[in-house]
Ligand binder design. Structure first.
Ligand code: SAJ
Length: 464
């Protein structure tokens, strides 16, 4: 049953009162790259926060005031914990202490690339087991439209509590961009949709205390689909520029030069950058949540599927580029020494989930290359049961390898040193754009020669 009518349910009135007085206890399930920043901001907003995680080491670190998340500095976390504003626990029964609970658990894909909502199910079961009148539950994990209503709502109603009258349920997508120094939990507008209007009102009231701007939508499905549109928009546009890279390569054109020129258009264009492929636990995965849901409704999301294909073929495109560079020096990839610079899924993060670097290393080794990697953010790489360690940059290393491929453009890598080694470089991120030299090969096109002076070019033309 869900609440009807215009009167404000007493449970909602009580909830709103606790939020306004700031004496509500806010629970966060999942203390990862979404949950921990949210817990910190909820504490900054004045709430007492109870963080829940299944990992005892994570709970122990948080209770010691030590952050394991790039975007939460330990010197920010420590005083919050010391003041008693934030406590972490693995005891899910303590969810009963919370007036509001935000579920921020992973939603990966299974081996068959179908949604794996097992973490959401586990969190929902824990919430339902501890459910009491007056609680607000908000699902934040990115998921297919319908999850909140089809999976979470029945679990709450199963406790004989009326959603919309005695308890409240919303969906509100997380919008965390790891390593983004400009946009964080507080200043990123927060979208939220409730199962009922009363639910939405409860959720909006809570988040309005934590974020600068709250955007109400009419349903949990609208909120769920908003998030998928945001990430599908990125996946499709990244696929477009990745296809442009393959087009430009066949035309002998530097795709980054073309994108930079197109980006001068002051309207109607938004810049995306081609690269070695897409990684992270969002962009490569989230669109497939929507594709999966649509398949159950007999609709084929062709753009999403095609974008996934184009983005997934970029690692092989890069490996072929490496092979071409070696071929140009009469070397075969088989037996060549390749240094991969950067294995994290994007600049200045330590996360390797879905990183295209893993595919590139796998493909290079399948063709017989001897591969090492250098990534100061990723000291070791555990992949396929194998442990690799990041190698330190040295003149001996750089001169000893046959080709270097830049996969992640960390800002703290010494690109001058790489360029100065004279070893051929495949630059998949255009980070060597200021090092024009014939041993540096961009993602598309040919080695970026020094800018030809028109007169010299004309003289050469006349002489030819
Ligand atoms: N990438 C490109 N070209 C681009 C942009 C990104 O190749 O022009 C690659 C990156 O190198 C990376 C992957 O795509 O491998 C994803 O990068 P990303 O920054 O889009 O994704 P995330 O997962 O780090 O962060 C995103 C958020 N990013 C931005 O809004 C910029 C956003 O999409 C989501 O709010 C968030 O993940 C999430 O959790 O969904």
């Amino acid at each position: 049953m869900t609440g009807r009518g215009d009167e404000v349910p007493s449970a909602l009135r009580d909830f709103l009162g606790r939020i306004d007085r700031g004496d509500a206890v806010v629970g966060i399930i999942g203390l990862g790259y979404v949950g921990l920043p949210l817990a910190v901001e909820a504490a900054h907003a004045g709430f007492r926060v109870l963080g829940f995680d299944v990992s005892a080491p994570v709970v122990e670190a948080v209770n010691a005031g030590r952050s394991h998340i790039l975007d939460v500095a330990t010197d920010v976390l420590q005083p919050i914990v010391a003041s008693g504003r934030l406590e972490a626990t693995t005891d899910m029964a303590r969810l009963a202490e919370c007036d509001a609970v935000s579920i921020c658990v992973p939603t990966p894909l299974s081996k068959t690339r179908d949604p794996d909502v097992s973490y959401v199910v586990a969190a929902t079961e824990a919430v339902a087991a501890a459910l009491r009148p007056g609680q607000l539950i908000v699902l934040e994990s990115t998921t297919y439209p319908g999850t909140t209503r089809e999976l979470v709502l029945p679990a709450l109603e199963g406790r004989a509590l009326r959603v919309g009258e005695e308890v409240f349920l919303c969906f509100s997508p997380e919008r965390v961009d790891p390593a983004n120094a400009d946009w964080g939990i507080r200043n990123t507008p927060k979208v939220i949709g409730g199962i009922t209007a009363a639910c939405g009102r409860a959720g909006a009231q809570l988040y309005a205390r934590i974020m600068e701007r709250v955007i109400m939508v009419s349903s949990t499905e609208a909120a769920e689909l908003t998030k998928l549109l945001e990430n599908t928009f990125r996946a499709v546009n990244i696929a477009l520029v990745n296809e442009m890279a393959q087009v430009a390569d066949r035309l002998g054109v530097d795709v980054f030069e073309v994108i930079e020129a197109a980006a001068t258009k002051p309207f109607g264009f938004m810049r995306f950058n081609p690269g070695p492929g897409i990684g992270g636990h969002c962009i490569p995965l989230d669109p497939h949540y929507l594709a999966w849901k649509m398949r159950t409704l007999n609709y084929k999301t062709r753009l999403i599927d095609l974008a996934g294909e184009v983005n997934s073929e970029m690692p092989l495109f890069v490996v072929n580029k490496v092979q071409d560079v070696l071929n140009g020096r009469k070397l075969s990839l088989n037996g060549s020494r390749v240094l991969v610079s950067g294995v994290a899924y994007k600049r200045d993060v330590a996360d390797v989930r879905e990183s295209p670097a893993l595919d590139i290393i796998r493909l290079l080794e399948a063709k017989g290359a001897d591969v090492q990697y250098h990534d100061p953010h990723v000291p070791e790489l555990r992949e396929d049961g194998e442990v690799r360690r990041s190698v330190a940059l040295s003149d001996e290393l750089l001169r000893g390898c046959d080709v270097i491929v830049i996969v992640t453009d960390h800002t703290d890598t010494d690109y001058d040193r790489l360029a100065g080694s004279g070893t051929p470089i495949v630059d998949t991120r255009n980070v060597m754009r200021d090092h024009p030299a014939d041993h540096i090969v961009p993602l598309s096109g040919v080695a970026r020669m020094r800018q030809q002076e028109p007169a010299a070019a004309a003289a050469r033309w006349r002489a030819d």
